[in-house]
Design a protein around this ligand. Structure first.
Ligand SMILES: NC(=O)c1ccc[n+]([C@@H]2O[C@H](COP(=O)([O-])OP(=O)(O)OC[C@H]3O[C@@H](n4cnc5c(N)ncnc54)[C@H](OP(=O)(O)O)[C@@H]3O)[C@@H](O)[C@H]2O)c1
Length: 331
């Protein structure tokens, strides 16, 4: 069956001072799209996301497990279902975490980053990605080397735009200036942001606003915590129950569950799921271009996209949320 995107169901926001708009929700393939996961479910989630107007898909060299296999899954779905839609998609990948053994499979060297990009393109069957990110700062590598690798990826036609992830405010200013001096703009930053992780609020958000860099936030649901998944224990099919899941059971403390219960009550009083409230909350600041959601099934993609039906949060509800979050680590 062909996939027909319903662009009128999605809303789009401009990515910094660029010509590109991104959907308020993007789909990330970190978990649930690897070779260990059922291909047909991964395929159905990608297809449904695009049908709902999600035009931005976020990958990285190491997503799986096996590392690399999420890019292979995406490449297969692209070829089977979305081949005619390449120009309607913004596809990103990254290099920066350990990908292959030895001294050239990790970090921020030109050697690693450009070889990794070539591998990513092969796995996805693409000539170019829309966004190539440096996945994290590499303190042992001169910034100039990593930024030159990004700028050269653009010059070689292998990436249209470049971005950085997990860089702090000062590192971001330095990276943006370096990229400018190399004739390339820093298009986007990808930081972690949710009700439970708010490090970007004091400085990074205003830095991105000043620099005209887009802000595409990851783990807006705190890997599934900010949903109804863990209100009554740890479900067997959840990320926290999987050996390779990045959410660890010990993070689901009794205090956390109590807090989640209160947030869930606020969501219910608004006629929303907790996931929908958590997404509306990260999108309340217009400097946040898009929130990259993860999902393990089609129904979650649908539930998350329905957050767009009620994005506004009254000052009263924002106050109630702050009261619940008071004392949150990192708040
Ligand atoms: N730049 C970086 O360093 C970096 C780091 C991490 C992630 N990312 C990007 O951000 C993306 C998203 O990260 P994430 O997967 O941690 O995001 P998330 O949206 O915070 O968590 C996704 C998980 O929440 C649960 N979920 C999602 N929607 C739900 C709903 N409507 N109702 C109930 N539960 C729901 C699912 O858990 P279950 O699987 O348990 O069902 C899902 O796997 C990644 O795929 C990746 O693209 C980037």
């Amino acid at each position: 069956m062909p996939v027909i995107p319903a662009y009128d169901k999605m809303r789009y926001r401009r990515c910094g001072r660029s010509g590109v708009e991104l959907p308020l929700l993007s789909l990330g393939l970190w978990h649930n799209f690897g070779s260990v996961d059922p291909f047909e479910e991964s395929r159905a989630m990608i297809r449904r996301a695009f049908e709902l107007g999600i035009t931005h898909f976020d990958l990285a060299n190491n997503y799986g497990p096996e590392p690399g296999s999420a890019e292979e899954t995406f490449g297969k779905v692209l070829a089977r279902d979305l081949a005619g839609h390449r120009d309607e998609l913004v596809i990103s990948t990254k290099a920066g975490w350990r990908m292959w053994p030895g001294p050239y499979g990790d970090g921020g060297s030109r050697k690693y980053m450009l070889a990794s990009l070539d591998q990513s393109l092969r796995r996805m069957g693409l000539d170019y990605v829309d966004i190539f990110y440096h996945h994290r700062p590499a303190p042992d590598t001169p910034l100039e080397e990593s930024m030159t690798a990004l700028a050269d990826a653009v010059k070689q036609g292998k990436a249209l735009y470049v971005g950085i992830s997990a860089y702090d405010a000062d590192e971001t200013r330095a990276a943006a200036a370096m990229l400018r001096s190399l004739g390339t703009r820093c298009f986007v930053h990808q930081p972690k942001y949710s009700m439970f992780v708010r490090d970007i609020e004091p400085r990074l958000l205003s830095t991105l606003g000043d620099e005209g860099i887009g802000c595409v936030v990851f783990s807006p649901l705190a890997q599934g915590l900010l949903t109804d998944r863990y209100l009554r224990g740890i479900p067997a099919d959840s990320r926290a129950a999987k050996a390779h899941g990045a959410l660890r059971p010990e993070e689901i403390t009794a205090e956390r569950v109590t807090q989640l219960g209160h947030l869930n009550d606020i969501a219910k009083s608004r006629g929303q799921s907790l996931a929908q409230l958590a997404l509306a909350w990260v999108l309340r600041d217009s400097r946040v271009t898009s929130a990259i959601i993860g999902a393990s099934r089609v129904a979650q993609v649908e539930d998350s996209v329905a957050a767009l039906d009620r994005l506004e949060i009254s000052p009263d509800d924002l106050g109630r949320i702050e009261t619940v979050l008071g004392g949150t680590p990192g708040a």
